[in-house]
Design a protein around this ligand. Structure first.
Ligand SMILES: Nc1ccn([C@@H]2O[C@H](COP(=O)(O)OP(=O)(O)OP(=O)(O)O)[C@@H](O)[C@H]2O)c(=O)n1
Ligand SMILES: C[C@](O)(CO)[C@H](O)COP(=O)(O)O
Length: 416
């Protein structure tokens, strides 16, 4: 990542971006690339949240992360420049690491207005072919809208996502209607707003020099004398501006994205081993046999979570042929599972597990097991439930040959 705040001149900027001249394969031809410029330096006053609205979660994933992932995953986007608010660089960098976002190559602090923030981003980006300026607060942008903007800038030099106005719109003064506008000629502007980088950067330099005040990039281009073309946006690509927008986004992304998973595991009881269940060492004359600490409860919970996220199972992730996992605490593996889910954009809704054991009596340890696993998964204890049952002496558990556990997990969110 470049992460430069300011680069002195155009030639220095492209030298920095391209790397040293003559490095053949490593030399990027920025003038062929299409980038996204994501602006997230607003205050979100209309949202009324105690933090910048782009850091609020929608279905468990921060708004800004959702926005960045849309561009990260689009094959037509070569790089991303991110403009953040004062004091917010660190949290942005943490999100990039946690969610494995690798296309953000440039970061800059924004200004007091959106126009200034875009100008700053353009000022430190490499001179690419086309740039899609996008609001960090429009986290529901689809790959189709991004594609239309990329195609539009390639074919016509501009493409601004927009939707036709559906309501009747009137001019009003002092609470009185002065005019009813012709709705057929009215379109609501969204982002991305895509332009040739050279033209947009020059228009923004002029806007700053001449003190223009605009609310979108198209307006800057219009004032600079360019023709601006629209492309089809999407009704769901709305800007999260007020708390109602957040609810609407949650409704679209939250409930519809619930997933469930089931996990089951069984281990043999044997002498000379500790009995570890949910990370708790339970006093007993036998313990469970296994390559790791054989924590059958933790294993069932991990498989339920991995299954819900379609990320495989513990056998695939932590094979018993791997010496690194010999004797390992399963809670350590559970931490990794939690991290994997977070990176994939999931939030753990709840986990319900049952241990199937004839003996020992497990009720006194249930809470400690719940606490351990909640800690490992970095969720509230309220989300993890552990129960235990006997099989009335029937089957392998009843004969005390082994202990089994089963778990169900519900997760929400996800990147797609
Ligand atoms: N000085 C600013 C103002 C806005 N933006 C960004 O521009 C986008 C659209 O702005 P808006 O929704 O108006 O965001 P806020 O300015 O944060 O909201 P408000 O006007 O309610 O304070 C947002 O992603 C916002 O972070 C920015 O980068 N720098
Ligand atoms: C760029 C924009 O999102 C297009 O609708 C909008 O103009 C931003 O305006 P705001 O005043 O920052 O909400």
């Amino acid at each position: 990542m470049i992460f430069n705040e300011a680069i002195a001149s155009d030639s220095a900027r492209n030298a920095e971006a391209h790397g040293p001249q003559g490095h053949g394969a490593f030399c990027r031809d920025y003038e062929r690339e299409i980038w996204a410029l994501v602006v997230a330096a607003g205050r979100g006053e209309r949202m009324g949240a105690p933090v910048n609205k782009v850091f609020l979660g929608v279905a468990g994933v921060p708004v800004l992360v959702r926005t960045l992932l849309a561009f990260e995953r689009h094959p037509g986007i070569h790089g991303i420049a991110l403009v953040y608010g004062p004091g917010e660089a660190e949290i942005c960098q943490r999100f990039l690491r946690e969610f494995g976002i690798s296309k953000v190559e440039i970061m800059a602090e924004g200004g007091a207005t959106r126009q200034q923030s875009v100008a700053r981003g353009l000022g430190i980006m490499p001179r690419v072919r086309g740039v899609l300026v996008h609001d960090g607060a429009r986290c529901m942008v689809t790959p189709e809208v991004i594609s239309r903007c990329i195609d539009g800038v390639a074919d016509h030099g501009s493409a601004v996502a927009a939707v036709p106005v559906k309501d009747t719109v009137k001019m009003v003064a002092d609470g009185q209607v002065t005019e009813t506008l012709d709705r057929t000629a009215l379109w609501a502007m969204q982002t991305p707003q895509a332009f040739r980088y050279s033209e947009l950067a020059a228009a923004y330099e002029r806007a700053e020099r001449e003190g223009w005040q605009t609310t979108d990039d198209a307006a800057v281009m219009e004032k600079a004398g360019h023709r601006v073309r629209l492309c089809a946006g999407d009704e769901n690509n709305f800007k999260l501006t007020t708390p109602e927008d957040l609810l609407r986004a949650e409704g679209l992304l939250g409930g519809a994205r619930m997933r469930i998973g089931l996990g089951y595991d069984a281990h043999k009881l044997t002498e000379g081993r500790k009995l570890i269940l949910g990370g708790v060492e339970v006093p007993h004359e036998w313990g469970l046999l296994g390559h790791s600490d054989a924590d059958v409860l933790a294993h069932a919970v991990m498989d339920a979570l991995l299954g819900a996220a379609k990320l495989g199972d513990i056998g695939k992730l932590f094979p018993d042929s791997d010496e690194r996992y010999r004797g390992i605490s399963s809670l350590k593996l559970m931490r990794e599972v939690g991290e994997l889910l977070r990176r994939a954009g999931y939030e753990i809704g709840n986990v319900d597990a049952t241990i199937i054991a004839q003996r020992p009596k497990l009720a006194p340890y249930r809470e400690a097991m719940e606490k351990n696993m909640a800690e490992a998964l970095d969720v509230d204890e309220n989300r993890i439930s552990v129960k235990a049952t006997t099989t009335e002496k029937m089957g392998f558990a009843g004969r005390e040959e082994g202990i089994a556990a089963e778990a169900a997990a519900l997760i929400t969110g996800g990147k797609s």
